[in-house]
Design a protein around this ligand. Structure first.
Ligand code: ZN
Length: 84
């Protein structure tokens, strides 16, 4: 039983080993780079979310009512002393 297999990246027919997923090294590199790019993007989103969470925590500590002006020096000091 021979089932034609297709490249995960470009849908071209695959010739070779039965566990081969890509038609060429080029397609394999493209697919792996896309995964790496997605991982970088997801990591960056996590970093931004962590920074926003930290900033909101600092603002809540310094301004519980949320309706005041906080001098920049206080914010910078709080950012240095708060845990990440
Ligand atoms: Zn391919």
């Amino acid at each position: 039983m021979s089932q034609s297999r297709k490249c995960v990246q470009c849908d071209a027919a695959i010739v070779g080993r039965s566990d081969k997923r890509y038609c060429s090294d080029s397609c394999r590199h493209l697919a792996n780079n896309a995964v790496k790019q997605q991982n970088r993007h997801e990591r960056r989103i996590l970093q931004v979310n962590a920074a926003l969470r930290k900033n909101r925590s600092i603002l809540k500590q310094l301004s519980p009512q949320g309706k005041t002006t906080i001098p920049r020096q206080y914010l910078e000091l709080a950012a240095l002393t708060s845990a990440t």
